[in-house]
Design a protein around this ligand. Structure first.
Ligand SMILES: C[S@@+](CC[C@H](N)C(=O)[O-])C[C@H]1O[C@@H](n2cnc3c(N)ncnc32)[C@H](O)[C@@H]1O
Length: 235
């Protein structure tokens, strides 16, 4: 297993190269299947609704089966997901994982609802589980950070400022880049320094950067050549 590298390949092909029971923690942000075919123009604003082909028709089942195989029995997983994916992931977790919690990432600066015909989507979700359903809660790595820090609501802005990677035209290079503050927190709670953290949907490498910053080993992949090249440069 080549640690501290990101491969440019399909996640299922990549996961097949990893041995059973070899990973301590999975922190991953798979496609949400929320893209629409066309972006929306609103005055001067161009609102990105189509993230790319990768955000259509993603099926979590085969990936979750492989993640279960490569995780150690007492290994843990955090999976980011959209509202509509929650039942699908819950069905998988209830089958043969030990489901632990649903974290809500509450964004203080969500994209506006231009149509004004529904509530503004301000939340994303992170499902948290332990691999082996027979595990007792006290048997896994869980670095409790103090009651105020351990709410299952994580409140931050969606990425802006210097952390948001932009091209020469000031356009965000990845439509769904995740904040390092959230990734670091999940990694610090559910793993120890030197542990191996896997993300098979690396995008522009946010999980890898969070691992470097917290002294964990990382490994993972992304299918997209441009995101992959940016992730290598970033780490
Ligand atoms: C939600 S984004 C992850 C963004 C990442 N958390 C970040 O901060 O940059 C999902 C990523 O999965 C990648 N992807 C989609 N299908 C894939 C597949 N079958 N194998 C590997 N990567 C895939 C996409 O290219 C995209 O970058």
């Amino acid at each position: 297993m080549e640690l501290n590298t990101i491969k440019c390949m399909d996640c299922l092909e990549y996961l097949k190269t990893l041995p059973d029971n070899s990973v301590d923690l999975v922190v991953t942000d798979p496609p949400y299947n929320v893209s629409q075919k066309a972006n929306i123009k609103y005055g001067n604003l161009n609102i990105v609704k189509n993230f790319g082909e990768w955000d259509f028709g993603f099926d979590p089942e085969p990936v979750m089966a492989e993640l279960k195989r490569v995780l150690k029995p007492k290994g843990q997983i955090f999976v980011f997901c959209s509202t509509e994916q929650i039942p699908q992931y819950m069905a998988i977790f209830k089958q043969n994982w030990f489901f632990r919690n649903l974290l809500v990432w509450c964004k203080t600066n969500p994209a506006p609802r231009l149509s004004k015909t529904n509530f503004v989507f301000a939340n994303e979700y992170i499902l948290y589980a332990i691999n082996d359903p027979e595990t007792k809660p006290g048997q896994v790595t869980f670095n409790f950070q103090g009651h105020k820090e351990m709410h299952n609501t994580l409140i931050t802005s969606a990425l802006q400022g210097k952390e948001r990677l932009r091209d020469e035209n000031h356009k965000a290079v990845h439509p769904t880049q995740k904040p390092l503050s959230i990734l670091r927190k999940l990694i610090e709670i559910a793993s120890n320094r030197g542990d191996i953290v896997l993300d098979p949907f690396m995008g522009v490498g946010s999980t890898a950067v969070a691992c470097k910053e917290t002294g964990r080993n990382f490994l993972g992949c992304d299918l997209d050549k441009i995101y992959h090249a940016i992730s290598l440069k970033r780490i």
